[in-house]
Design a protein around this ligand. Structure first.
Ligand SMILES: [Zn+2]
Ligand SMILES: [Zn+2]
Length: 114
């Protein structure tokens, strides 16, 4: 499976503080924010376990970027498309457009809960 195109992040995607360590730059989040996101207790009861795993991976790859308060851009798994995702369960990916729950919205919820 191909990795999404990774960009170098100079500032934390969550708190906008400058990132210094190479691992933070690759991750897109400072150590503090990354730990918060890992601990975030979002209500994901209506998502399937594999969707939650994919959502965590999306965050770990810094493939979901905050655009506005509740709106995110999510890079598709093959890096060829960017979906607009919000935490209320709307997403422009194929699954989201069929109004099925997709893991992008799970990731958005996790980020907002952090
Ligand atoms: Zn941060
Ligand atoms: Zn989606």
């Amino acid at each position: 499976m191909e990795q999404p195109t990774t960009t170098q992040h100079t500032h934390c995607l969550r708190c906008r503080r400058p990132l210094r360590s190479p691992s933070s730059v690759a991750r897109g989040y400072g150590a503090h924010c990354a730990a918060k996101i890992r601990r975030a207790a979002a209500d994901l009861a209506d998502y399937k376990p594999h969707q939650i795993t994919s959502a965590r991976q999306l965050i770990a790859d810094a493939a979901i970027i905050p655009l506005r308060r509740t709106l995110f851009l999510a890079v598709s798994t093959d890096g060829s498309a960017v979906h607009r995702t919000d935490a209320r369960g709307h997403c422009s990916c194929p699954a989201g457009l069929r109004s099925a729950r997709c893991f992008h919205t799970a990731a958005a919820r996790m980020l907002l809960a952090a």
